[in-house]
Design a protein around this ligand. Structure first.
Ligand code: FMN
Length: 147
């Protein structure tokens, strides 16, 4: 079966950041993704989302179409779509990493590596940096090298 990796960014509505909506998205999304054999990571920085989804081509496509229509965020922007032989974010069906909540040393590392505004790390324009940010977030969640 063909598998793909899809990466997009979007802007959250105030509703999402300020109440349980985000928790609801994570819980439901995690269950849905598990049923569809989709894995990935959802990064939140300020009011910006960056999500990577990996899994069967058809399932990821269908999910992305649903996500685009979701009114809890806007300005959904596809950053990359590729067929893959190997998943990089297979550890979780859906995992939220809010960069604001990272421990100090990890935040400082990201602030020194990526552009930021008012202490909020910006989603890079350059694709290699976007990948790098996602992989940094993954490594923070799977290990604690700075402890
Ligand atoms: C930023 C963002 C990320 C989302 N990620 C996922 C996801 O990974 N999986 C998922 O099933 N739904 C996700 N959703 C929710 C979908 O847009 C949609 O509401 C959900 O898939 C509908 O599921 P249902 O058809 O089972 O009701 C996300 C929504 C937002 C705003």
């Amino acid at each position: 079966m063909k598998e793909c990796r899809l990466i997009y960014k979007s802007l959250s509505t105030d509703e999402i950041v300020s109440n349980e909506t985000l928790q609801e998205i994570i819980e439901k999304g995690s269950k849905n993704n598990s049923e569809k054999d989709i894995s990935g990571l959802l990064l939140l920085t300020g009011n910006q989302f960056l999500q990577v989804l990996e899994g069967p081509l058809e399932e990821v496509n269908q999910l992305y179409l649903k996500i685009c229509k979701d009114t809890r965020h806007h300005h959904v922007n596809l950053l990359n779509f590729e067929l893959i032989a190997e998943r990089y974010f297979e550890t979780w069906n859906m995992r939220l990493v809010d960069l604001w909540d990272l421990p100090g040393t990890q935040r400082e590392f990201l602030l020194s590596k990526y552009k930021s505004k008012d202490e909020v790390i910006e989603i890079p324009d350059n694709f290699l940096e976007i990948y790098s940010l996602l992989l940094d977030a993954k490594s923070f969640c799977t290990s604690t090298p700075w402890k």
